[in-house]
Design a protein around this ligand. Structure first.
Ligand code: NAG
Ligand code: NAG
Length: 188
């Protein structure tokens, strides 16, 4: 107890010394008025996400798995990297508005639960170059899933919100899934 007290006293003296040193007196942070960044907006985005696992040009590839992955019904431990196309309509050949780039992993031993970690990278119109980051659980067998949007860049600085998705089309044999996405984000 006494030792701890002595220690904290020394710490206090040291920190006072450090504060008073001239090289540390310079500020590196400034408080800004929130008014300067304008009004917060709420944007709704609607598009289709094409997960292509097989064929000549797959955009979702398995990069890792555990030695035990095959023994789990839902491939626990499997990791995929994706660069999936996002389109305005459900058809793969409809107008491309961006890509979903990142990864997903089977992270549930007894259920179909994916950990999704990816960015929506938009390439269309005023959204070109802007991104939104998604991190969340995707219970792929549920009719509707929600995943948090945890941030963004470009138009979407300070973004937060959620993505709601449902499976529009699924062909396990061909390894092709089309997911319909509704994204709601607050941003400035
Ligand atoms: C997608 O578009 C192509 C070319 O326009 C067409 O041949 C195909 O039938 C469409 N697929 C679906 C599922 O609508
Ligand atoms: C998006 O931006 C890139 C780089 O600035 C540009 O090359 C491309 O043509 C733009 N695409 C659209 C659809 O505006």
């Amino acid at each position: 107890m006494a030792k701890a007290k002595t220690f904290s006293l020394i710490n206090l003296i040291l920190s006072l010394l450090v504060i008073s040193l001239p090289s540390n007196s310079q500020e590196f942070s400034t408080k800004l008025s929130k008014r300067k960044i304008g009004r917060e907006k709420l944007t709704h985005l609607h598009f289709y996400f094409h997960d292509v696992l097989h064929g000549r040009h797959p955009t979702a590839v398995v990069v890792a798995q555990a030695s035990t992955t095959a023994s789990y019904r839902y491939k626990f431990g499997e990791v995929l990297i994706i660069d999936d196309r996002l389109t305005v309509g459900p058809n793969l050949s409809s107008r491309v508005v961006g890509r979903a780039q990142g990864m997903y992993a089977s992270a549930d031993v007894s259920d179909a639960g994916l950990l999704m970690v990816f960015n929506f990278v938009f390439t269309d119109g005023k959204f070109n170059g802007s991104t939104l980051s998604v991190v969340g659980r995707n219970a792929v067998l549920s009719a509707v899933r929600e995943m948090p949007i945890i941030g963004g860049s470009g138009i979407f600085l300070f973004a937060r919100g959620y993505a709601r998705t449902r499976t529009h089309f699924l062909d396990l044999g061909r390894g092709y899934a089309v997911e319909e996405y509704d994204v709601y984000v607050f941003h400035y």
